[in-house]
Design a protein. Structure first.
Length: 338
C-alpha cells in the first residue's frame, strides 16, 4: 500500500490543470522548434528546469545553439533576459550592480543610488561560467541561492521567476577556473548538448544562411510560469517513490554500507541530499507535463542522469581505468530497482 504525500500548498492538482500544462508545454516546444533544430532532449530538460523553479548547467562545445535556446526561451515565456559573458577580469559588482553617486536635480545635492547589474532579469545566461575567477563565481551562485542582492545595508529582491542557465565549454580548459563541486551542486540539472545529426545540421545551415527570420510569439507570461511552479510542487508523491529516490542517491556514496562494490572502488564523493530533492521535484514535473496526476518511479529514473552526473566525483582508480560517471550511473540504474 502506497502512502501519498501531498505538498503543503494552496495550489490544487486537477485533471484540467494538468491538461492545460501539457498543452502549454507542447505549444512552447513547437514555438522553440521554429529556431532550434533537433535538441529535443535539451529543450525538454530546460523546460523541466523552468517548471521546477531551478537552475541548470548546460555543457557542450561551441556552436550548438545553447545561447540561442535560452534567449529564445525568454521570448516565448515573455521574460526579461540577460546574457553575462564571464571573463577572467569580471568582478562581482559587474554582475550584481553597485552604488554610485548621483546629483539630485531637485536638491542639488549628491545622493547614493544603486545601479542594478545584469543579474536583475528573469532569465540569466551565464556564458562560460568557468572562465571567471572563484570570487565572481561565488557571487553569482550566492545570488542564485538567495534570489536577492545585498549591497551595503540594503537588500534588493530579484524579479520572479528567476532562473540561471550556466554554460561550460568541456573541450577548452586552459585559462579556466573549474566550478567547485559544492557550487555545482546548486544546479538542479547538468544538461548535455550533443552534435546534431547530418539531416538536422543540413536544416540548421538552410535556416541560418538565408534571409528569413522566424518570429517567436510569447506562449506564457512570467506570472503563469510562477503558477506552473506551484502546480508542480503540489503534485502528490508516494512515500515509496521518495524512498526509492533517497535509496538511489545514497547508493552513490562510497561510505554507505549498501553501496555497490564499483561505487566503493571508483567514487570519491557521492551525491548530496539536494540530489534526492531534485529527483523528486523533477519526477513531479515529468509527471505533470506527461499528463499524470502523481509522481512515479519512471519519473525519478528519467531525471536521474541529469541530477547525478555533476554530483558524483570519481577517484584516481576511476581515472586510471577510464571509468566515467555516466557509466557508473547506468550501472546504478540497472542495479537499484524500484
Amino acid at each position: 500500500m502506497h502512502t501519498i504525500l501531498e505538498a503543503d500548498t494552496d495550489q490544487r492538482v486537477t485533471v484540467e490543470a494538468i491538461e492545460r500544462l501539457t498543452a502549454q508545454r507542447k505549444a512552447l516546444v513547437n514555438e522553440l522548434g521554429k529556431v532550434i533544430v533537433g535538441q529535443r532532449e535539451v529543450i525538454d530538460n530546460v523546460l523541466l528546469t523552468i517548471f521546477c523553479g531551478g537552475h541548470s548547467l548546460v555543457m557542450g562545445v561551441p556552436g550548438l545553439a545553447k545561447t540561442l535556446l535560452v534567449r529564445s526561451l525568454g521570448r516565448v515565456l515573455d521574460m526579461t533576459f540577460s546574457r553575462i559573458q564571464f571573463t577572467p577580469d569580471l568582478m562581482p559588482a559587474d554582475i550584481t550592480g553597485t552604488d554610485i553617486i548621483q546629483d539630485d536635480p531637485e536638491t542639488g545635492r549628491r545622493k547614493v543610488e544603486f545601479l542594478k547589474g545584469p543579474i536583475f532579469a528573469n532569465l540569466i545566461l551565464a556564458d562560460e561560467i568557468n572562465r571567471t575567477p572563484p570570487k565572481t563565481q561565488a557571487a553569482m551562485l550566492q545570488v542564485m541561492q538567495e534570489r536577492e542582492v545585498t549591497v551595503g545595508n540594503t537588500t534588493y529582491p530579484l524579479p520572479q521567476p528567476f532562473h540561471v542557465f550556466a554554460t561550460q565549454n568541456p573541450i577548452e580548459m586552459e585559462g579556466t577556473y573549474v566550478l567547485p563541486e559544492a557550487q555545482a551542486d546548486r544546479f538542479m540539472f547538468n544538461i548535455i548538448t550533443r552534435y546534431p545529426s547530418q539531416e538536422e545540421e543540413e536544416q540548421v545551415v538552410m535556416n541560418t544562411t538565408g534571409t528569413a527570420m522566424p518570429e517567436l510569439k510569447p506562449v506564457l507570461s512570467a506570472a503563469e510560469v510562477v503558477e506552473i511552479q506551484k502546480l508542480v510542487r503540489a503534485v502528490p508523491v508516494s512515500t515509496e517513490v521518495v524512498r526509492y529516490a533517497v535509496r538511489l542517491v545514497s547508493r552513490t556514496r562510497p561510505d554507505d554500507p549498501a553501496a555497490p562494490r564499483y561505487i566503493k572502488e571508483f567514487v570519491r564523493w557521492g551525491a548530496s541530499p539536494r540530489a534526492s530533492q531534485y529527483l523528486i521535484l523533477g519526477a513531479k514535473a515529468r509527471a505533470a507535463v506527461s499528463g499524470k496526476l502523481c509522481a512515479d518511479y519512471e519519473g525519478v529514473r528519467s531525471v536521474a542522469r541529469q541530477v547525478l552526473s555533476h554530483r558524483i566525483l570519481t577517484n584516481f582508480n576511476a581515472r586510471a581505468q577510464k571509468v566515467t560517471v555516466p557509466e557508473l550511473i547506468e550501472k546504478l540504474l540497472g542495479d537499484v530497482k524500484p
